[in-house]
Design a protein around this ligand. Structure first.
Ligand code: ADP
Ligand code: MG
Length: 238
């Protein structure tokens, strides 16, 4: 399988803080990969560095379908088909559900957009029911669905999600994870970043463990779920 995303020896600093100390990982076609790790490990920094939101990286290489994207601007990277759901459900609260979804598709033409809209409403019937409602009036779980839906409206070639389960009730979390599995089964490669390691590892193919800016483990999801160190450090709490 060829690489969709390849990150090689990525270093990033916030001023003096060495936040990413040589991160390497890859995502190949038709797989869902997770990066798990505790608070402050560098998960969000990794994702934002990939999408170009942090500007220049200190060193390393980031390739999307073989092409270097480090150094490119965020909208150019998005335009290449790399979509992301940021941590904390960024939706436009004063716009309706439909307007939020339309914003996700601004780079695309009418007929394709209609298909994507149908796909998103199929995936999240709740969003169809709330189509004309202001996004700010939605529950946390519905806003997360909208954030995922908006990213899907780009019809991306890779969907990156930063802690989609953060702050949501367990029953909503399980429905969000079920949807991510559905998106994967529909053929969309996903890079899922999560602190909720237990739930994440149950729906992905492979995983990486990040600790203080370094990848310390990489294995199949099944092996990580059975790994004693992972169990002790990450699985007990969820
Ligand atoms: N804007 C920032 N300025 C300075 N330090 C930051 C900033 N954002 C994150 N950090 C630091 O970088 C490290 C990694 O943070 P982050 O990537 O947000 O971790 P995670 O998403 O895994 O919780 C942490 O030590 C955090 O305090
Ligand atoms: Mg984070």
């Amino acid at each position: 399988m060829s690489d969709i995303l390849e990150v090689k020896d990525l270093h990033f600093y916030y001023g003096e803080i060495h936040a990413l100390k040589g991160i390497s990982f890859n995502v190949t076609e038709n797989e869902v990969v997770t990066i798990i790790g505790g608070n402050g490990a560098g998960k969000t920094t990794t994702l934002r560095a990939i999408s170009g939101l942090l500007g220049k990286i200190a060193s390393g290489e980031i390739r999307f379908f073989g092409e270097r994207i480090d150094g490119k601007r965020p909208h150019n990277i998005a335009g290449m088909g790399l979509a992301q759901c940021l941590e904390g459900r960024h939706v436009f609260t004063n716009l309706t559900v439909r307007e939020n979804l339309d914003m996700g598709a601004y780079l695309r033409s009418g007929a394709e957009v209609k298909d994507s809209l149908e796909y998103v409403f199929n995936l999240f019937p709740r969003l169809l029911e709330r189509e004309t409602q202001k996004a700010g009036t939605l529950s946390g779980g519905e806003q997360q669905m909208l954030a995922v839906g908006r990213a899907l409206m780009q019809k991306p070639k890779l969907l990156m999600m930063d802690e989609p389960s953060l702050g949501l009730a367990p029953i909503i979390v399980s429905s969000i994870f079920k949807t991510i599995k559905q998106i994967r089964d529909d053929g969309m490669p996903v890079l899922l970043i999560e602190q909720n390691s237990n739930a994440a590892l149950r729906i992905v193919d492979r995983g990486y463990v990040i600790e203080t800016g370094e990848i310390v483990l990489s294995d199949t999801a099944q092996n990580l779920l059975e790994n004693e160190d992972v169990k002790n450090s990450y699985l007990g709490v969820n």
